[in-house]
Design a protein around this ligand. Structure first.
Ligand code: NAP
Length: 254
């Protein structure tokens, strides 16, 4: 390896948890971090088959991964996810809070279940996963990367609960960064724009997706790999001086 490049794929020996690692953006992040050398815990809530596929892909590429189920809206399951990770691998270095529910509803269709579901996964899950991780990182510190959304700032109509949940994620990102920085734990958020996943197709009709492309500088939708590369940078040695930031990864969407 050329001098000065020894940290370029420097996640060897590190253990990363990716919540919602079974599909979409989380699956791409899992593959990328494993490609950089980390042992990856692929978190999922329901879709065991999808989680197993991601683990198999990582193993076929020479990496190491394990699928662990945990509905992050359930505190007991969050704690079990971290306990099983420590029992299996003995350390934790990186937490990617990616699991999220995206559902758009006009105000008149908002009910308590919708509110509880979105805040339960997007905010409460992230908060208590962060608490667990911060208790388990070693003396060298750790990295936490939260997946927020451009919708936190754009707050489109019909997205009040989703946008508010992601705005909460951004506030927590800054607060946790300030609180955990003295222990060399960085906390950042990546804010994707429209990214080609199941969530996008469930919420936004194809014709509207194509119309939105005209509002991006780069004239295309994002791919999960576009987001995973940004996350990998923040998790790497090269990202060590960045904390408390919300990094837009959206092809210049406005
Ligand atoms: N796609 C976009 O355009 C876009 C834009 C901005 C931000 N984001 C954000 O990016 C993140 C990933 O989104 P995505 O588009 O990749 O979503 P996705 O395709 O719907 O995948 C969601 C992932 O989260 C997991 N998950 C859902 N509920 C969970 C729960 N209660 N506990 C644990 N895991 C749970 C799913 O697991 P199962 O497979 O077990 O269901 C799946 O792995 C989310 O935070 C989302 O808000 C997405």
């Amino acid at each position: 390896m050329a001098k000065g490049t020894e940290h370029m794929t420097g996640l060897k020996g590190k253990v990363a948890i990716v919540t919602g690692g079974s599909r979409g953006i989380g699956a791409a992040i899992s593959r990328r971090l494993a490609g950089d050398g980390a042992i990856v815990i692929v978190g999922y809530s329901q879709n065991l088959e999808a989680a197993k596929r991601v683990v198999a892909e990582i193993e076929q590429a020479g990496g190491e991964a394990e699928a662990i189920s945990a509905d992050v809206s359930d505190l007991a399951q969050v704690r079990r996810l971290f306990t099983e990770t420590m029992q299996g691998f003995g350390r934790l270095d990186i937490l990617i809070n990616n699991a999220g529910v995206g559902e758009f509803r006009p105000l008149e269709a908002v009910d308590e279940d919708h509110y509880i579901r979105l805040f339960g996964v997007n905010v409460r899950g992230l908060l208590f996963a962060t608490q667990e991780a911060s208790n388990l990182f070693g003396p060298e510190g750790g990295r936490i990367i939260n997946i927020t959304s451009g919708a936190a700032q754009s707050a489109p109509p019909g997205g009040s609960v989703y946008s508010a949940s992601k705005a909460a994620v951004e506030a927590m990102t800054k607060s946790h960064a300030a609180e955990l920085g003295p222990r060399n734990i960085t906390v950042n958020a990546v804010a994707p724009g429209l990214t080609m996943t199941d969530m996008l197709d469930a919420n936004i009709p194809k014709a509207v997706q194509q119309a939105m492309v005209e509002h991006t500088a780069l004239r295309r939708l994002g791919t999960p790999n576009d987001i995973a590369d940004v996350v990998a940078f923040l998790a790497s040695h090269e990202g060590r001086w960045i904390t408390g930031q919300i990094v837009g990864a959206n092809g210049g969407l406005r």
